[in-house]
Design a protein around this ligand. Structure first.
Ligand code: PG9
Length: 630
């Protein structure tokens, strides 16, 4: 007979209970080559921040490298909880720091996960927008002060690094750096959230982030995105009406961040006062800083570049460097062998971490040899190699690529005195930014894995634009097949003249590399329309970002705005294409095309069809100004 050995029954409060789960149980981990210390570090106001310090057992006089995260320091820092080696325990992006013997520090920001205190989304610096006595600069200062006094294995030098929100916290530390802060690496940081990072681009609001806001500020720990009965966000946002209506109907209006944002649609003192490029340029630090940016970052494409340029303009170039890599959001800390149809000759993210980042940190955190880093390092996506520059963008003439007759593009300006191409932009049928269904990119998040659940989101900037080129509300212009390479290096500028029958409207401009019709070696990329730079501009801000104004109906107006960085070669056999449209929905909110004081609160009657005419005459030329290099 089989004997079943039962655990001893024990009596509690008279009732007999039988449980296989003990009250306390400590798993025994394999022998590890590191020590993990979990500490609560006190800040100046008494609030304690949950901090994990990974110290290699061999560490002696080792540098410390810290991330400050709103995404659960425990989850963020753990690849494998039972790894015997630090290499296996920490995420992929940490490989070279581990091999170089760094002490790694991960901290929950104030008010999230294990940390005490109140959470404020991208908490502005102390001052008019933050009446408390703390911000990310003070919290970093207090943390570093504690670390240098309490981690005896360290050499007393600290670096701060991070991508996206963590890049924002790294940049914030520079506003008031502790003397032991010897290097900073903001990677794809949020810097100016109204101009071109997570919340708006040139005033167009990024609806797609609302799931994130719900999740991030709905709870202290892991939150959830807004519950929904609709899978396709295109349908859901369209049905809701204005974005304000969407927020109200989904309960988001209860969240303080939403309330504040709805009250500040324009680039007023609220957004200007937290634009980190301006703040840093007004108080430049001496900390060696490596600004790092992905050229196809679908979330924070503007920040690092903006900060670097502002610091350069403020005369602080000497301790600031810039790297532009061929990456999407957060790819800098992952695998970087390809992106969309582009395949590189190596893992470019690894190259960056090994050949650029580690030498930079070693130089400043442990007296390593001079890294020999160029002031600016940019990946050439046409020739598939890294290039070194002394500045960025290159100082040189921009060459206008004009829209011309019969939907052609030409380096020769238009000769005729009239000409334009019209389309009807219907807010009831906005142009999607990805083929439908469009899911919430932040749905079903596991802690530490931000934005990975809906794969098309991470690649939408490199999606094949053929999915919209046949629409009647998308204008498509292209060059003949190129016989010579065209190398563009710098910041292209969209310079569009247009009329609208409405009194407001958005303009989307895409600069596209069209692959040859048939590629026998790689059929999948045949005819691919790869946007190498695109952005959206809200028309009401054409004269002032702070004070919007109605567009005079049917009068030519100029819409001029910078597109993201490029270092690309349009190869012979390819074509250059420009697409113009009015919407990228539901990523960006719909412009009602009628001027209203606050688009968040537009009414159903305000959403009207408009006829848009993009002009291409001698008097009113439209072009993309290209930074062409010979
Ligand atoms: N793009 C995300 C974010 C940054 C800053 C504020 C809000 C969101 C992120 O990936 O962290």
């Amino acid at each position: 007979a089989v004997m079943l050995a039962l655990p001893p029954a024990h009596a509690s409060e008279g009732a007999v209970s039988l449980s296989d789960i003990p009250r306390q149980f400590e798993p025994v981990l394999p022998a590890q080559d590191f020590v993990k210390r979990v500490v609560m570090i006190p800040m100046r106001d008494g609030v304690k921040l949950h901090t994990i310090i990974y110290v290699p057992k061999s560490a002696k006089s080792a540098p410390m490298l810290m991330n400050r995260t709103p995404y659960d320091a425990t989850g963020r820092s753990t690849r494998s909880a039972d790894s015997a080696s630090l290499l296996g325990a920490l995420p992929t992006g940490d490989e070279y720091f581990v091999k170089a013997g760094y002490i790694r520090v991960y901290q929950d920001v104030r008010g999230k996960y294990g940390s005490e205190g109140d959470y404020v989304m991208t908490r502005p610096p102390r001052g008019p927008l933050n009446p408390t006595e703390t911000d990310h600069a003070t919290d970093t200062w207090d943390t570093i002060d504690w670390l240098v006094k309490n981690v005896p294995e360290s050499n007393g030098r600290v670096g701060i690094i991070g991508s996206s929100y963590e890049g924002f916290t790294a940049a914030m530390a520079l506003l008031d750096p502790h003397p032991a802060l010897k290097a900073a690496v903001p990677q794809g940081p949020l810097i100016d959230a109204w101009m071109g990072d997570d919340w708006f681009h040139y005033g167009a609001f990024r609806n797609i982030m609302l799931g994130y806001v719900h999740m991030q500020t709905g709870q202290r720990g892991a939150g959830t995105i807004a519950p929904s009965d609709t899978y396709d966000k295109y349908e859901e946002f369209l049905r809701a009406g204005s974005t304000g209506d969407y927020m109200r109907s989904h309960g988001l209006a209860q969240l303080p961040w939403i309330e504040r944002t709805m009250a500040h649609p324009a680039y007023d003192a609220y957004w200007q006062g937290q634009a980190l490029d301006k703040l840093l340029a007004a108080h430049p630090s001496k900390v060696p800083t490596l600004w790092t940016q992905g050229m196809w970052d679908q979330e924070d494409i503007g920040g690092a570049n903006r900060a670097w340029r502002a610091l350069k303009a403020a005369g602080s170039e000497a301790n600031n460097w810039l790297v532009l890599g061929p990456w999407n959001h957060n790819q800098v800390k992952a695998e970087g062998s390809s992106l969309g149809p582009m395949v590189w000759s190596e893992d470019t993210a690894r190259q960056y971490r090994r050949d650029i980042l580690l030498p930079f940190l070693d130089e400043h955190l442990r007296d390593g040899p001079p890294s020999g880093l160029a002031r600016v390092t940019v990946y050439n996506t046409g020739e598939k190699r890294w290039e070194r520059f002394s500045t960025w963008p290159q100082i040189g003439e921009l060459k206008p690529l004009y829209l011309s007759e019969s939907f052609k593009l030409s380096f020769d300006g238009p000769a005729q005195s009239s000409g334009g191409d019209a389309y009807i932009s219907d807010p009831a049928k906005p142009v999607p930014f990805l083929p439908r269904p469009v899911l919430d990119p932040f749905g079903d998040l596991t802690p530490g894995a931000l934005g990975t659940s809906y794969e098309p989101w991470s690649k939408w900037l490199v999606a094949d634009q053929r999915f919209v080129d046949g629409r009647t509300d998308v204008l498509v212009y292209e060059t003949p097949v190129l016989t010579q390479p065209v190398h563009v290096q710098g910041i292209p500028i969209a310079d569009i003249r247009a009329m609208t029958s409405g009194t407001d409207g958005d303009f989307v401009v895409k600069l596209i590399d069209v692959y040859p019709k048939k590629d026998p070696l790689n059929a999948a990329v045949s005819g691919y329309q790869l946007a190498i730079a695109m952005d959206i501009f809200r028309g009401r801000y054409r004269e002032s970002f702070e004070h919007p104004s109605a567009i005079p109906a049917n009068k030519p107006q100029q819409y001029k705005f910078e597109l993201p960085n490029v270092n690309h070669v349009f190869q012979p056999g390819h074509r250059i294409m420009v697409q113009i449209q009015s919407t990228l929905f539901p990523l960006y909110d719909r412009n009602p095309q009628t001027f209203v004081p606050n688009i968040f609160n537009a009414k159903a009657v305000d959403y009207k069809k408009a006829e848009i005419t993009v002009l291409r005459s001698k008097q009113q030329p439209s072009a993309v100004l290209l930074p062409v290099v010979e």
